[in-house]
Design a protein around this ligand. Structure first.
Ligand code: NAP
Length: 398
């Protein structure tokens, strides 16, 4: 093997253990233990298939090394080791990230196109706790409630699930996710992998100062975990991993404004953000604007409660794609119709953008943001990179 070599790694602090990379890798170079998801340097050929599918950007870590980190070393990590200085073949010493050459940078730029890219947490966000409970040591929660959020005659069955952690510490911030381990085993007799759900309650609990949290879960036809969760009864016990996620967090700065764009159950973290603001500033100006898309009002999660949130706290644009007799409207269409509002917000350095929901919405939303940004003389690519670097641009789409 030529030395030094580049090694592909995963940031254990940012990774939300959704295992999408592991399922995507054509070489089976990605694997996990109870704790971490890791890359086998002897198998990875830098095909980059795993880069765009990662919802957090944690997959996008590279080090130049003389000897690759072993799987066992990676399984032990709580955080990534820094790039060490490297002695090159010519005997020169390259420092830190200089060791990553231009060819690699170009390759990465290409893999990033269209993906969420590397995210950063807002500068004023609280420090999240991550990976406190894992596959080997899951937390046990008791179901406190399971309420249908969509009307009985809607074909979309979305549930509000409240989980009680009892005396168990489970510190979770708005925007973080938890894993739920469905009971039983797969065809090979292995325990099922946890499925990830965004927490839809604020940090002090669904009910203030109770050690509980809520999730927003849609029943997927044939979905193993979503059917398990949607069928849970009060008093059932559930195994949880997490919390996960260290970047899709809200700013603590009360002056920060939030532009929230979501579809369907992607509204879960937006509910948590809204409740956090509501509990901290009351009905005063919350500086929050939401574009929220669903098929119909009957299938829009939290339609009733959302409509009761005062406009001063949260300006809502609820858009519907399947109302009989009405034209199909997507979030990006409404953003275009409200371009002055969006333009004013994206020009404000206090604004944070959050996009959550269907993967397919990302392209349309990006296009609309491009047009609106350009109409105010700001090239969107550059503005988005600035916002991302400042922890003000966040995407979580599946
Ligand atoms: P859905 O009901 O299928 O769709 C919601 C709305 O989005 C519908 O009006 C739909 O319109 C519209 N839509 C479809 N394609 C679009 C596009 N290209 N651009 C803009 N809007 C589009 O949504 P869902 O089943 O609730 O799915 C939400 C997604 O969020 C899931 O993929 C889920 O994994 C993800 N997510 C969930 C969480 C969570 O915590 N629960 C967190 C992060 C992400 P039409 O169907 O009429 O075309």
């Amino acid at each position: 093997m030529n030395k030094p070599l580049k090694q592909h790694l995963i940031d254990p602090e940012i990774c939300i253990r959704c295992y999408t990379c592991e399922m995507t890798c054509p070489l089976e170079a990605i694997e996990h233990d109870d704790n971490n998801v890791v890359v086998d340097a002897s198998k990875c050929n830098f095909c980059m298939d795993c880069i765009p599918v990662c919802p957090t950007g944690s997959i996008d870590e590279w080090r130049v090394v003389n000897d690759p980190y072993s799987l066992d070393e990676q399984f032990e990590w709580d955080e990534l080791p820094a790039q060490a200085d490297i002695q090159t073949a010519g005997g020169e010493v390259e420092t830190g990230m200089e060791a990553l050459d231009e060819a690699m940078a170009a390759l990465l730029a290409e893999a990033h196109a269209g993906a969420g890219g590397k995210a950063k947490a807002p500068a004023s966000a609280s420090k999240p706790t991550v990976n406190m409970y894992n596959l080997g040591k899951p937390a046990k929660a008791v179901v406190q409630g399971n309420y249908r959020l969509t009307s009985e005659d809607s074909d979309s069955d979305v549930r509000h699930i409240i989980l009680d952690l009892g005396g168990l510490p489970f510190p979770v911030l708005e925007g973080q996710s938890v894993g739920i381990i469905p009971p039983g085993t797969d065809d090979e007799g292995k325990p099922h992998l946890p499925r990830l759900y965004s927490v839809s309650s604020p940090r002090d609990g669904e009910r203030p100062n109770f050690n509980n949290l809520s999730l927003t879960v849609k029943r997927d036809e044939g979905g193993l975990c979503s059917n398990y969760v949607c069928d849970l009864k009060k008093g059932d016990t559930v195994q949880l991993t997490g919390p996960f996620g260290a970047t899709f967090l809200m700013p603590e700065d009360p002056q920060a404004r939030l532009l929230m764009i979501c579809t369907g159950t992607g509204s879960a973290p937006m509910r948590a953000f809204t409740m956090r603001r509501q509990r901290s500033v009351g009905a005063k100006s919350g500086g929050m604007v939401m574009f929220f898309g669903a098929r119909t009002p009957e299938s829009l999660p939290y339609f009733g409660p959302l409509n009761k949130v005062p406009d001063t706290l949260l300006k809502k644009h609820l858009v519907f794609s399947r109302i009989p007799g009405a034209a199909k409207e997507y979030v990006q269409d409404r953003m275009r119709a409200e371009e002055d509002v969006v333009a004013e917000m994206i020009a404000d350095p206090n604004t944070h953008i959050y996009i959550c929901g269907l993967r397919g919405m990302e392209e349309g939303v990006e296009k609309t943001l491009t047009n609106i940004a350009e109409s105010i003389g700001q090239p969107w690519g550059a503005l988005r990179d600035t916002m991302r670097n400042e922890g003000r641009y966040h995407v979580e789409t599946y």
